[in-house]
Ligand binder design. Structure first.
Ligand code: FES
Length: 150
Protein backbone atom coordinates (compact mmCIF):
# COMPACT_ATOMS: atom_id res chain seq x y z
CA UNK A 1 0.00 0.00 0.00
CA UNK A 2 1.24 3.49 -0.83
CA UNK A 3 1.97 5.65 2.17
CA UNK A 4 0.53 9.13 2.48
CA UNK A 5 2.18 11.74 4.63
CA UNK A 6 -0.10 14.28 6.24
CA UNK A 7 0.70 17.26 8.40
CA UNK A 8 -2.16 18.06 10.71
CA UNK A 9 -1.97 20.69 13.43
CA UNK A 10 1.81 20.60 13.15
CA UNK A 11 2.06 16.85 13.64
CA UNK A 12 3.12 14.43 10.89
CA UNK A 13 0.95 11.38 10.21
CA UNK A 14 2.18 8.58 7.93
CA UNK A 15 -0.68 6.42 6.81
CA UNK A 16 -1.41 3.52 4.49
CA UNK A 17 -5.17 4.08 4.35
CA UNK A 18 -6.63 4.35 0.86
CA UNK A 19 -5.31 7.63 -0.64
CA UNK A 20 -8.83 8.34 -1.89
CA UNK A 21 -10.16 8.46 1.67
CA UNK A 22 -11.73 11.88 2.26
CA UNK A 23 -9.69 13.96 4.69
CA UNK A 24 -12.77 14.33 6.92
CA UNK A 25 -12.86 10.60 7.57
CA UNK A 26 -9.15 10.41 8.09
CA UNK A 27 -9.38 13.17 10.70
CA UNK A 28 -12.31 11.64 12.52
CA UNK A 29 -11.54 7.94 12.31
CA UNK A 30 -7.78 7.73 12.16
CA UNK A 31 -6.42 10.89 13.74
CA UNK A 32 -9.07 11.06 16.46
CA UNK A 33 -9.80 14.69 15.63
CA UNK A 34 -13.57 14.68 15.88
CA UNK A 35 -14.16 18.42 16.14
CA UNK A 36 -14.58 18.52 12.36
CA UNK A 37 -18.10 17.39 11.50
CA UNK A 38 -19.88 15.54 8.73
CA UNK A 39 -22.94 17.36 7.47
CA UNK A 40 -23.66 16.59 3.82
CA UNK A 41 -20.59 14.90 2.36
CA UNK A 42 -20.98 16.79 -0.92
CA UNK A 43 -19.35 20.16 -0.21
CA UNK A 44 -22.65 21.92 0.35
CA UNK A 45 -22.89 22.71 4.06
CA UNK A 46 -19.45 23.69 5.39
CA UNK A 47 -19.55 21.60 8.58
CA UNK A 48 -16.35 19.82 7.56
CA UNK A 49 -14.28 22.96 6.91
CA UNK A 50 -10.61 22.88 7.87
CA UNK A 51 -7.65 24.94 6.68
CA UNK A 52 -5.18 23.84 4.06
CA UNK A 53 -2.18 26.18 4.13
CA UNK A 54 -4.40 28.72 5.87
CA UNK A 55 -7.30 28.58 3.43
CA UNK A 56 -10.67 27.02 4.18
CA UNK A 57 -11.37 23.75 2.38
CA UNK A 58 -14.18 21.21 2.59
CA UNK A 59 -12.58 18.10 3.95
CA UNK A 60 -15.50 15.83 2.99
CA UNK A 61 -14.57 15.91 -0.68
CA UNK A 62 -10.79 16.21 -0.35
CA UNK A 63 -8.96 12.90 -0.78
CA UNK A 64 -5.98 12.66 1.55
CA UNK A 65 -3.74 12.18 -1.50
CA UNK A 66 -4.53 15.74 -2.58
CA UNK A 67 -3.59 17.29 0.75
CA UNK A 68 -0.43 15.29 1.34
CA UNK A 69 2.36 17.48 2.67
CA UNK A 70 0.11 20.54 2.99
CA UNK A 71 -0.38 22.21 6.37
CA UNK A 72 -3.78 21.08 7.58
CA UNK A 73 -5.31 22.85 10.55
CA UNK A 74 -8.47 21.65 12.27
CA UNK A 75 -10.50 23.33 14.99
CA UNK A 76 -8.35 21.47 17.54
CA UNK A 77 -5.26 23.19 16.14
CA UNK A 78 -6.69 26.67 15.68
CA UNK A 79 -5.24 27.79 19.02
CA UNK A 80 -3.37 26.28 21.94
CA UNK A 81 -6.06 26.79 24.55
CA UNK A 82 -9.23 27.48 22.64
CA UNK A 83 -8.42 31.17 22.85
CA UNK A 84 -8.26 32.21 19.22
CA UNK A 85 -10.12 35.56 18.91
CA UNK A 86 -12.82 33.79 16.95
CA UNK A 87 -13.28 31.17 19.66
CA UNK A 88 -13.38 33.88 22.33
CA UNK A 89 -15.98 35.88 20.41
CA UNK A 90 -18.11 32.77 19.83
CA UNK A 91 -17.97 32.10 23.53
CA UNK A 92 -18.69 35.64 24.57
CA UNK A 93 -21.73 35.96 22.31
CA UNK A 94 -23.00 32.42 22.95
CA UNK A 95 -23.15 31.78 19.23
CA UNK A 96 -23.90 28.04 19.03
CA UNK A 97 -27.28 26.52 19.55
CA UNK A 98 -26.78 22.81 18.81
CA UNK A 99 -23.17 23.54 17.90
CA UNK A 100 -22.82 20.99 15.15
CA UNK A 101 -21.81 23.33 12.33
CA UNK A 102 -19.81 25.76 14.45
CA UNK A 103 -16.30 24.33 14.08
CA UNK A 104 -16.61 24.75 10.33
CA UNK A 105 -18.05 28.24 10.76
CA UNK A 106 -15.15 29.25 13.01
CA UNK A 107 -12.54 27.92 10.62
CA UNK A 108 -13.93 30.04 7.80
CA UNK A 109 -14.23 33.07 10.10
CA UNK A 110 -10.61 32.66 11.22
CA UNK A 111 -9.40 32.46 7.62
CA UNK A 112 -11.40 35.56 6.70
CA UNK A 113 -10.00 37.59 9.60
CA UNK A 114 -6.46 36.57 8.78
CA UNK A 115 -6.87 38.18 5.37
CA UNK A 116 -9.10 41.05 6.43
CA UNK A 117 -9.02 42.28 10.01
CA UNK A 118 -12.04 44.53 9.66
CA UNK A 119 -14.43 42.94 7.22
CA UNK A 120 -17.58 44.85 6.30
CA UNK A 121 -21.05 43.34 6.87
CA UNK A 122 -21.08 42.44 3.22
CA UNK A 123 -17.67 40.80 3.30
CA UNK A 124 -18.68 38.77 6.34
CA UNK A 125 -21.89 37.70 4.62
CA UNK A 126 -20.04 36.70 1.47
CA UNK A 127 -17.41 34.72 3.36
CA UNK A 128 -19.87 32.98 5.68
CA UNK A 129 -22.74 32.39 3.24
CA UNK A 130 -21.52 28.97 2.04
CA UNK A 131 -22.12 27.69 5.61
CA UNK A 132 -25.45 26.25 6.59
CA UNK A 133 -26.70 26.38 10.17
CA UNK A 134 -29.94 24.52 10.84
CA UNK A 135 -30.46 26.44 14.07
CA UNK A 136 -30.21 29.74 12.23
CA UNK A 137 -27.41 31.28 14.30
CA UNK A 138 -26.41 33.48 11.36
CA UNK A 139 -27.04 36.77 13.12
CA UNK A 140 -24.86 35.88 16.11
CA UNK A 141 -22.17 34.51 13.81
CA UNK A 142 -22.03 37.82 12.00
CA UNK A 143 -21.72 39.72 15.27
CA UNK A 144 -19.03 37.34 16.53
CA UNK A 145 -16.94 37.69 13.38
CA UNK A 146 -17.07 41.46 13.84
CA UNK A 147 -16.15 41.21 17.50
CA UNK A 148 -13.27 38.84 16.78
CA UNK A 149 -11.81 41.35 14.34
CA UNK A 150 -11.83 44.19 16.88
FE1 FES B 1 -18.47 18.76 3.83
FE2 FES B 1 -21.05 19.35 4.19
S1 FES B 1 -19.88 17.78 5.12
S2 FES B 1 -19.58 20.48 3.09
Amino acid sequence: MAMTSLKINGKVYETDVDPQTPLLWYLREHADLVGTKYGCGIAQCGACTVHMNGNPIRSCIMPISSVANAEITTIEGLSENGDHPVQQAWDELDVPQCGYCQAGQMMTAAALLKENKKPSEEEIETAMSPHICRCGTYHRIKKAVKLAGE
